[in-house]
Design a protein. Structure first.
Length: 284
């Protein structure tokens, strides 16, 4: 299957240089929970910092929003974690369908998406993405998503953690980074290592690979309260957890909003450099 095929995509540019391709209508089998994604995303020097359908997790699709449990529907892809049973292949996959762009420029876009499953719409999403130059070797991806319950019934978002699998609170904004010979370094302002960083909130989190650095920052109070989901040893990936210990309720007509700003830099940044770029990237 050629995941790159699409009827619509756009290229994001920083200072005239392409830094990311956004695919709006990927041709994917239902079990991948089809959804728009950014891939490849690169540094300003051209180093790729995302992966698409890697062998270890074929349902990981670059950068996007993926949720394993919306009222029992899988918008993450792959198997579903079932309490007292474990990861199980179910025919419960949903899809995020591109409904249109309200704005579409080389440095960003505003998009509307419909989250559909079992023949109906559960959520309507407004996604705002913008890219900005920070220095001659770093740029920022500003990613906001707003999920509105368009049904007449209460909905809630869950994760394998809320369904009985400790430590697996993935679901929300997720960035699948490139896998290299050595696992990337991960640190926050005051902690270091996967075990210390995973599952805890932090204003920002840095992932450092071979010649590249990603610095993730929650840009709203609600986003900063969400703990980070971090993997480095098994595979390199970072997400912001919508449902860490409890399900996230979204009543009818209500909206959940999250905003993550990611610094994409060439080279291996240290703490002070990462913190300085985050301050520059995240507007008050």
């Amino acid at each position: 299957m050629n995941h790159a095929q699409s009827t619509d995509s756009l290229v994001l540019r920083v200072a005239g240089r392409p830094v990311g391709r956004y695919v709006t209508r990927p041709e994917l089998a239902p079990r991948f929970s089809p959804r728009p994604y950014l891939h490849p995303v690169t540094t300003l020097a051209g180093t790729a910092v995302t992966e698409l359908s890697p062998a270890d997790h074929t349902h990981h699709l670059g950068v996007g929003v993926a949720v394993p449990d919306v009222e029992g529907h899988n918008f993450w892809g792959g198997r579903t974690y079932v309490r007292d049973q474990g990861p199980t292949e179910l025919a419960n996959h949903g899809a995020q369908r591109h409904a249109g762009f309200q704005l579409r420029d080389p440095d960003g876009f505003v998009e509307e998406l419909r989250w559909v499953a079992a023949g109906g719409e559960l959520l309507r999403e407004r996604r705002t993405v913008a890219v900005t130059e920070l220095t001659d070797s770093a740029w920022a991806l500003d990613f906001t998503f707003s999920l509105t319950n368009t049904t007449r019934h209460p909905l809630s978002i869950g994760s394998p953690a809320t369904n009985g699998r400790p430590g697996a609170a993935y679901g929300g904004f997720f960035w699948r980074a490139r896998k290299e010979a050595q696992a990337p370094r991960v640190f926050t302002a005051d902690t270091e290592g996967e075990e210390a960083v995973h599952g805890a909130p932090a204003d920002w989190l840095a992932l450092v690979g071979a010649g590249w650095t990603l610095v993730f920052a929650g840009a709203t109070a609600a986003t900063r309260r969400d703990p980070w989901f971090v993997r480095t040893t098994e595979y390199p990936g970072v997400g912001s957890s919508l449902a860490h210990t409890e399900r996230l309720p979204i009543p009818p007509g209500e909206t959940a909003v999250r905003r993550v700003v990611t610094v994409v830099a060439d080279g291996a940044l240290g703490r002070s450099e990462a913190a300085a770029l985050v301050r520059k990237a995240v507007s008050p």
